[in-house]
Design a protein around this ligand. Structure first.
Ligand code: NDP
Length: 244
């Protein structure tokens, strides 16, 4: 265990599975006090049993601005400060535009884009105080759009745009903004897709390559958040070697 983050306080959204869970474990192992938020709190409780440091389990729905604000407030109340916000909660409901259910588009934009904005807004006063860091889990889909991913990509392009605008506003105040862009990571993300063809395609893709593991992304996050204060790692694009 390194202790690069001793005394630092992190809040991670979407920590109940996949990438968020791995980030929570890694930051805790690095010495941070970690608040973990998601809707499935029973999974968060199981996770915190494996985290070595102090933890806080938060019921959090990022599509609800009040829920997000309450989670930030509870974190600061418990640990006295906030140094790292990881906006990781996300959904991917892939499929072609024609025939899609627009309710799924709303879920993706509300979660991936607006959820990130709400949490950033609620956390920013605390991060300005601590000269903290905001980490956005964007995606390769935040840089390159593709068929059957138009709306998911729109949400992640939105995250990248929001993050760059924000960066220019806060970097002079010492707040750093980090955009992480993973390629294919083996998680349950694609399993929530309602389009059966898309689920099968994701499964095929998974079997065709050595996918990234959540821990591969967590190491990148740890790297970004443990730099000295004058170093701002703005963007990390990480693909599986086997993904073209
Ligand atoms: P998972 O499905 O394993 O994790 C998604 C997490 O988001 C869960 O913890 C889920 O928790 C949470 N979440 C979803 N909706 C909400 C909500 N409304 N409020 C709070 N939490 C929510 O997928 P990944 O780990 O793969 O995804 C994490 C992030 O990484 C996402 O932003 C995704 O877009 C991004 N990403 C993933 C890639 C991949 O290939 N897997 C590639 C590039 C980016 P709960 O349901 O308990 O609320």
């Amino acid at each position: 265990h390194t202790s690069t983050l001793t005394g630092k306080v992190a809040l991670i959204t979407g920590a109940s599975s996949g990438i968020g869970e791995a980030i929570a474990l890694t930051l805790s192992q690095a010495g941070a006090l970690v608040a973990v938020g998601a809707r499935r709190t029973e999974r968060l409780a199981g996770l915190t049993e494996r985290m070595p440091g102090e933890t806080l389990v938060l019921h959090l729905d990022v599509t609800d601005a009040e829920s997000v604000r309450a989670a930030v407030d509870a974190t600061v109340e418990r640990f006295g400060r906030l140094d790292v916000l990881v906006n990781n909660a996300g959904v991917m409901l892939s499929g072609p535009v024609a025939g899609a259910d627009p309710a799924e588009w709303k879920t993706m934009i509300d979660t991936n884009l607006l959820g990130t904005m709400y949490a950033t807004h609620a956390a920013l006063p605390h991060l300005l105080q601590s000269k903290g860091t905001i980490v956005q889990t964007s995606s390769t889909s935040g840089r390159v759009a593709s068929a059957a991913g138009a709306v998911y990509s729109a949400s992640k392009f939105g995250v990248n745009a929001f993050s760059e605008g924000l960066r220019q506003e806060v970097t002079a105040e010492g707040v750093r903004v980090v955009v992480i862009e993973p390629g294919f990571v083996a998680t349950e993300l694609a399993s929530h897709t309602t389009n059966a063809d898309m689920r099968a395609l994701a499964q095929q893709l998974h079997e065709s390559m050595r996918a990234l593991q959540p821990d591969d992304i967590a190491r990148a996050v740890l790297y970004a958040v443990s730099q000295p204060e004058h170093v701002s790692v703005n963007e990390l694009l990480i693909r599986p070697t086997d993904q073209v």
